[in-house]
Design a protein around this ligand. Structure first.
Ligand SMILES: CC(=O)Nc1cnc2ccccc2c1
Length: 446
């Protein structure tokens, strides 16, 4: 049996016997393409980031939820031409069911809210941090998984909900040292497009598709955009007007184009006024070209961007009032955002704001002789029962080795268990920063 040296396919464990033993080829120790391991140092940074996500969510009174990373494929099948659909990590399982690794969390949220039905009282304020997946040709060498922080408000139709969501992201940025000179939020409303499409008699069912095409406005040539819009049946003139309205620079200019009666203007004005009250006005700006790439948004949409313009969107979100009904659920309004774990780390690197996170163990406990190993275990257990973190040296090692390890794990104290001291129930303590050394009764050690 040849275990294949390649990355794909299963590593077949060869039959082990004398002769073949030495023929075992080394397995590929890298994780699958587009995925990452989190070794301790990486895991410390991830936990630091996620703890801020969780702290902010708690501060805003949100409850944590989670869903399976595996969902039925149908949950994500939307016919609006989204990139997330083209890259769905889907397959047929052994029960011949079409399933998919979730590319986002919002459809799962909608599913759970519908499942809970009348047993939950609105509004719901939920948050989740979950791994999301995409399968794209590795030609682009991009990652196939990332972790997303989501916060969602279900059951509130007013823009006060969107205003609070943006406030929670601003709170997060402030906690990690990002200011409004580093990042901002581009804010718009899809009702602008909706009102324009209605003005030109474009059928409502094209709304999602038109938004997805327009979301590509900075990614593909404008002629391509016009061609794709044309293929939906929208007239040349309507397309010109649409693109025109997406380039207005202010709410006042927008009002001139749309008139003051529409909901888009009213929502945006109210949002900017609420921003004042939440104290984050300098973080947000109206930008009519923001549509976001998910077809289910129906109202306010926003995205966090780095003002230097080097990075992709940091986060994004908006109102999705029609999502639950598309799954057969009640007509419940909702809004939320997704915040990925990749771009933010690039931004922190750029701003030199990455925290230095070393391992932190208070004590390293070591027996000075083999037959004191048990005593060392007793000392470690006594300290741990008092909430002290302890690295117990588990085999007899030269003191030089112990000091080296103490330094590597940033231990504050070295606790040595020696024969004479132990006979009267004492241990010797060495404070590694000062070098101070003293004997102490185990019962007095804290
Ligand atoms: C910068 C980055 O890692 N983006 C990323 C990585 N993996 C994903 C997986 C699913 C959906 C979106 C994804 C986005």
């Amino acid at each position: 049996t040849k275990s294949n040296g390649g990355r794909s396919g299963s590593i077949v464990a060869p039959l082990v016997n004398e002769k073949e033993e030495e023929e075992v080829e080394k397995i590929d120790v890298n994780p699958p393409k587009g995925t990452r391991d989190f070794a301790p140092e990486d895991m410390r940074l991830r936990n630091w980031l996620f703890n801020h996500f969780k702290e902010v969510s708690r501060l805003f009174g949100y409850e944590e939820v989670d869903y399976p990373v595996l969902e039925t494929e149908a949950l994500f099948i939307r016919k609006a031409g989204e990139e997330i659909r083209d890259q769905l990590y889907c397959f047929e399982d052994r029960g011949k069911r079409r399933v998919a690794l979730r590319p986002e969390l919002t459809p799962s949220l909608a599913r759970l809210v519908i499942q809970k039905g009348k047993s939950v009282s609105l509004p719901l304020k939920w948050f989740a941090i979950g791994q999301c997946w995409r399968y794209e040709r590795m030609t682009r060498g991009r990652r196939r998984e990332h972790y997303q922080w989501n916060m969602d408000i279900i059951g509130v139709p007013h823009v006060t909900a969107e205003a609070e969501l943006i406030s929670s992201i601003v709170t997060f940025f402030k906690r990690i040292g990002i200011t409004s000179s580093d990042v901002g939020f581009k804010v718009s409303s899809r009702k602008v497009l909706q009102e324009m499409l209605r003005k030109y008699g474009v059928p409502e069912n094209l709304f999602g598709r038109v938004c997805i095409i327009i979301d590509k406005i900075e990614k593909i040539p404008i002629d391509e955009i016009k061609k794709e819009l044309g293929s939906t049946g929208i007239s040349e003139d309507a397309i010109e007007q649409l693109l025109q309205v997406l380039s207005v620079k202010s709410l006042d200019d927008l009002e001139d184009v749309l008139g003051g009666a529409g909901e888009a203007i009213a929502d945006l004005k109210q949002l900017f006024s609420l921003a004042e009250k939440f104290g984050y006005s300098e973080w947000i700006q109206f930008d009519a070209s923001v549509v976001r790439g998910l077809s289910y948004y129906t109202g306010i949409v926003f995205e966090g961007f780095d003002r230097k313009g080097n990075l992709r969107a940091i986060c994004g979100g908006g109102r999705y009032d029609r999502l639950l009904p598309t799954y057969g659920g009640d007509d419940i309004p909702a809004c939320g955002f997704g915040f990925g774990d990749a771009v933010i780390v690039e931004l922190l690197k750029e701003k030199n704001l990455l925290p230095e996170l070393g391992q932190e163990v208070e004590n390293i406990v070591c027996a000075l002789e083999k037959d004191l190993q048990g005593a060392a275990a007793t000392v470690a257990t006594a300290l741990r029962s008092k909430g002290q973190t302890v690295d117990l040296v588990l085999e007899s090692k030269p003191l030089k080795w112990v000091f080296k390890r103490a330094a590597r794990i940033n231990a504050r104290r070295l606790i040595l268990v020696g024969k004479t001291e132990w006979e009267d129930g004492s241990v010797s303590v060495k404070v590694l920063s000062s070098g101070e050394q003293f004997q102490v009764k185990l019962s007095d050690l804290e």
